[in-house]
Design a protein around this ligand. Structure first.
Ligand code: V47
Length: 369
């Protein structure tokens, strides 16, 4: 198919893509510099269509944020509290059970569990958490604990990294979410999240997670103090690890929300930047299959449009999202399956309900699977 662009800088990038040649940092910068958003989107859509055709995925899931007590206190976070501070909480296993049981009639396929790094919790707490979820939701995949939490767990379990991952898997861990990477860059790390593991360590822990046979996601937190070059280099670093391990399943760009954070003076990301970031991720990450348009962060309307700019997945139904809503997200707290399907169909794609591993789930009449 012939393609012409308003921005002539996009033509050589198309040639590279057609020739199966990998885009480099300069190409990523040229894509970001282009005001031809539609042109960049068409490039990304071409790659998306060649991998996924008209399919657009979503998952029926539930989020559990087991604690907001966190010793890292990243400057971009509105969710974390110190122990004892007003609003600090940690769920007991009984409270987690209650939350799961409150939605037991829904066909939930994935339970997404993340929390703060709470030094008061022993390793057994995490094993109990997984065991509780597995007992109540034996057919759901438990996607739990970012590389940041897993690094902490390896520190307290006394089992080393391999032993920790084996114990978590034994208790029910099925895959690992992509949070905690933020921007893989020393400058941004020291300015915004110096108490958390840095990018080098995040990549090392991810390599161990992949090495243990667990698949994981990757993210980029964008729209704060990072430069465009830092974004592009972040993508290249993820791509390099993926070349070695093949363990990343999906990439999720996370649009920064400033309310109630120590960066509350920063403006929100724009629709242009949100769509551009989805498209550039699709084009740079030629070895990661899935790009999620996370509706919680960019709103369901823009997430729908992002399906034509390289995204193939709208993530989940969710219902109880806390991390972004505490930072001022205006999106709803959950989307019904019918609404997910309406958004996808309305954009000209075919909805595919998936499990955590992108296997299609047969449509059911409802009720627990
Ligand atoms: O790691 C924290 C980010 C992440 C803010 O793997 C913020 O399928 C915006 O990683 N504004 C957690 N973002 C969410 C996450 C995620 C979400 C959905 C799916 C998956 C997956 C992973 O949220 C954190 C951090 O990068 N975050 N504060 C904020 N104020």
């Amino acid at each position: 198919m012939e393609m012409s662009f308003c921005d002539p800088a996009l033509a050589p990038i198309l040639d590279k893509i057609e020739a199966g040649r990998r885009l480099d940092v300069e190409d990523g910068m040229a894509l970001y510099a282009s005001s031809d958003l539609v042109g960049v989107g068409r490039l990304a859509d071409r790659v998306r269509q060649s991998r996924h055709g008209s399919r657009a995925y979503y998952v029926y899931n539930q989020h559990i944020n087991y604690t907001n007590v966190c010793r890292n206190r990243c400057r971009f976070c509105a969710f974390a509290r110190d122990a004892g501070e007003q609003g600090a909480y940690t769920y007991t296993a009984a409270e987690v059970r209650e939350r799961l049981l409150s939605r037991i009639d829904e066909p939930i396929r994935e339970v997404h569990i993340v929390g703060g790094v709470n030094p008061a919790l022993p390793f057994d707490y995490y094993l109990d958490l997984l065991t509780t979820v597995r007992e109540i939701r034996p057919h759901a995949v438990i996607k739990a604990f970012t590389a940041v939490e897993i690094d902490h767990l390896a520190g307290i379990s006394g089992l080393g990294m391999a032993g920790t991952l084996a114990a978590l898997e034994d208790a029910g861990l099925g895959m690992v979410p992509g949070g905690g990477a933020e921007v893989l860059n020393h400058r941004v790390w020291s300015a915004l999240f110096p108490r958390k593991i840095d990018g080098e360590r995040w990549l090392e822990v991810m390599a161990d997670i992949h090495g243990a046979g667990l698949s994981a996601n990757a993210t980029l937190l964008y729209g704060h103090i990072e430069t465009i070059e830092e974004r592009v280099r972040h993508l290249v670093r993820l791509r390099e690890l993926q070349d070695r391990t093949g363990g990343f399943s999906a990439f999720i760009p996370l649009a920064f929300h400033a309310e109630n954070t120590r960066l509350s003076h920063l403006p929100a990301t724009t629709g242009f930047d949100d769509l551009k970031t989805v498209a550039v991720a699709r084009l740079m990450l030629d070895n990661i299959d899935h790009i999620k348009a996370y509706w919680v962060m960019i709103g369901e309307k823009l997430a729908q449009v992002a399906l034509s700019f390289g995204a193939d997945d709208l993530d989940g139904t969710i219902v109880e999202e806390k991390i972004t809503h505490m930072a001022g997200a205006a999106s709803p707290k959950g989307l019904a399956r019918e609404e997910m399907e309406r958004l996808i169909t309305g954009a000209g794609f075919t909805p595919v309900e998936r499990d955590s591993f992108y296997r299609p789930v047969a449509a059911e009449a409802g009720g627990a699977p």
